[in-house]
Design a protein around this ligand. Sequence first.
Ligand SMILES: Nc1ncnc2c1ncn2[C@@H]1O[C@H](COP(=O)(O)OP(=O)(O)OP(=O)(O)O)[C@@H](O)[C@H]1O
Ligand SMILES: [Mg+2]
Length: 298
Amino acid sequence: MNEANLATPAAAANAEKVEAKIEVKLDAKQNLEVADDQVTVGQCFTDAPKMTMRNVNVFYDDKQAIHNVSIDIAQNEVIAMIGPSGCGKSTFLRSLNRMNDTVESCRVEGEICMDGEDLYAPKLDVVELRARVGMVFQKPNPFPKSIYDNVAYGPKIHGLADTRVDLDEIVENSLRRASLWDEVKERLHQSGTGLSGGQQQRLCIARAIAVSPEVILMDEPCSALDPIATAKIEELIEELSENFTIAIVTHSMQQAARVSHRTAYFHLGRLIEVNPTEQVFTMPEHELTEAYITGRFG
Ligand SMILES: Nc1ncnc2c1ncn2[C@@H]1O[C@H](COP(=O)(O)OP(=O)(O)OP(=O)(O)O)[C@@H](O)[C@H]1O
Ligand SMILES: [Mg+2]
């Protein structure tokens, strides 16, 4: 709502009504925790999905962190996941490549498929899955190895290169696609941990790309970076979406607006709304989404 619009008494009264509606909803938000029939509004499903999630519930011991989430992620889509701290964004993201398997208390129920294949099938090779669905974390975490070895490690263990020349090519291509090659080509054999934070994050992206993933999950990949490094990663996300499907968790609504096609709003472990990003930030369908994006809480 822009201030000029509030100049007339009618507009001001209208704004008050909107405020009142949001207040009511916010008062009722405690109920959301127990509302088992909470339905996600908007466009959760797509025509040609890369990943399909149905009735996903995630628990840490008996505490439920994700309630009955159903959503598709389309091929070559960038989908942003937003919501207040603790609403379950990371938990949901990590369930998409079974990162949660490493948390002993964590239990995932429901269906999570990629190209129709059940990712929780007992026979599924989890190491291979994490190459197909790569992950970039909040804090850049290069291995304490050379820049070259950071990128070459995955292709080596997955047998993607027959010769040293093949491996060199994968390393160079991955670093180029991560927009890092020009900055590191003279120092490939120096340690990856000696790079700046933004360079380290691009190295981690190169490492994820090197094993030819189909999907890349990013959990607040820019939150430890300065604005220039952030802008570089955002530009990169746009380029990467030509070849990969990307799900990104972010606390920055500006970032979600800049990089994503659809935005998913989580609240207290529920998926409240999924819609095209522009709509979420201009005309959200759910009052809780509106309250969050207008800064009323979170
Ligand atoms: N390893 C864990 N063991 C127990 N509970 C956990 C664990 N990880 C997360 N939780 C709980 O699950 C809920 C969702 O947490 P999660 O980290 O997914 O939220 P988030 O939306 O990513 O938050 P943030 O924006 O702060 O990163 C929270 O209540 C959190 O305390
Ligand atoms: Mg998180």
